[in-house]
Design a binder for this molecule. Structure first.
Ligand code: SF4
Length: 372
């Protein structure tokens, strides 16, 4: 189950997510709407929901006050069984994290934190429009440990204008000093509708590809497993929630912009906060898109997602029938490995490094494939 908290103290310069600043007065109404939406969804679709992973992301979930968190976590107990066998993550930003919130999370069954550090250097944090500095991150990490969290992710962005390969390698080493269980690394992307987009900021794709390989070298040398294109973990600490997305398994979502996928139907909630609040208040669904995937579409998606994962995937006979020629094409280019005896595919580092090309070509092959 994914829960979206769309509030942020301000908008970061690269942010293209559904997040709103200056709307903190709407938080109480929003939390009530979230629980109401979940109630409606459960009544419509499930007797019980057998979910064992929860991810509360945003936005900046930690902008909620301790009281607001208590209200949300108590309310969620009706829909999610918090247990030590399950995984329940909260995304935290340093400026709004506190020991008191972390104590409350742990007491309510949250057992994983994902901390948005983004950069170890204050000059880049400022350039990104983030509101925390590195010292505040250090404090946040200390609080997480003091509260008792033993499964913590650190999020990083690379390839910012002015960042050199050397600076990036140093950043990775600095992060390793905290001994996190998980590290996520994302290249900076610039969308037109962001502050960076309007300023005409450009990224250097070749340098970002070198930085991607540097992350692989530095983190794997430190004992991490590069298990997904952007994600590294200590053995056994994969993010179980995100694995479900990458394995194209069912997942329920709630909140503004939440996307969910049940029984081959993909649904997407409105990205407009006011529309969301009024739809739920009137007992209506906030879903604005519903797509029933055809067999070939689902097969194409399965392959795209599988190539994000180091484990790859064994293709079914239908998947091979539809996409065998595409798989062979990319295997010949060295983008993936294909075991012909069982049609198991998995990506190579080259495929990941050139993933833009790989996924774009796959998408166009997918749309060109004729399904007789
Ligand atoms: S904290 Fe995240 S969601 Fe909020 S504005 Fe920054 S990038 Fe966007």
């Amino acid at each position: 189950m994914y829960i979206h908290i769309p509030f942020c103290p301000s908008k970061c310069h690269y942010c293209d997510f559904a997040s709103f600043s200056g709307r903190s007065h709407d938080v109480p109404r929003y939390l009530s709407a979230l629980l109401r939406e979940l109630n409606n969804t459960f009544n419509a679709h499930f007797q019980t929901f057998p979910g064992n992973t929860l991810f509360i992301g945003g936005g900046t979930p930690t902008v909620l006050s301790v009281e607001q968190w208590r209200f949300l976590l108590e309310g969620l107990k009706k829909y999610f069984i918090f247990s030590s066998e399950g995984e329940a993550t909260v995304e935290c930003n340093p400026e709004s994290s506190s020991l008191e919130k972390f104590d409350l999370f742990l007491a309510h069954g949250i057992n994983r934190l994902s901390v948005g550090l983004q950069s170890t250097e204050d000059c880049f944090l400022k350039a990104l429009g983030r509101v925390h500095d590195f010292a505040r991150f250090q404090k946040t990490f200390e609080w997480a440990g003091a509260a008792g969290f033993r499964n913590i992710n650190i999020d990083l962005i690379y390839g910012m204008p002015g960042q050199t390969l050397r600076m990036w390698q140093e950043s990775l080493k600095r992060v390793l000093e905290f001994s996190p269980e998980h590290v996520s690394v994302y290249p900076l992307t610039v969308e037109d509708n962001t502050v960076f987009g309007k300023r005409g900021v450009r990224v250097d794709g070749d340098l970002q590809a070198d930085m991607f390989e540097a992350a692989d070298s530095v983190l794997c040398a430190a004992g991490f497993v590069h298990y997904e294109i952007s994600n590294f973990c200590r053995p056994g600490y994969e993010c179980r929630h995100n694995l479900k997305y990458w394995r194209n398994e069912d997942c329920l979502g709630a909140g503004v912009s939440a996307a969910w996928y049940i029984d081959g139907i993909r649904r997407k909630n409105t990205e407009n906060l006011d529309d969301y609040l009024s739809a739920v208040k009137q007992g209506e669904s906030p879903v604005i898109e519903e797509t029933v995937l055809s067999g070939p579409e689902r097969a194409g998606e399965n392959i795209m997602l599988a190539l994000r994962l180091k484990e790859g995937k064994q293709l079914s006979s239908d998947e091979w029938h539809l996409f065998g020629h595409v798989v062979e094409h990319f295997a010949n280019k060295g983008f993936l490995l294909h075991r012909s005896e069982n049609h198991h595919i998995r990506p190579t580092l080259k495929g990941w490094r050139l993933s833009n090309q790989l996924f774009q070509e796959l998408l166009s092959e997918n749309s060109n494939t004729s399904y007789q």
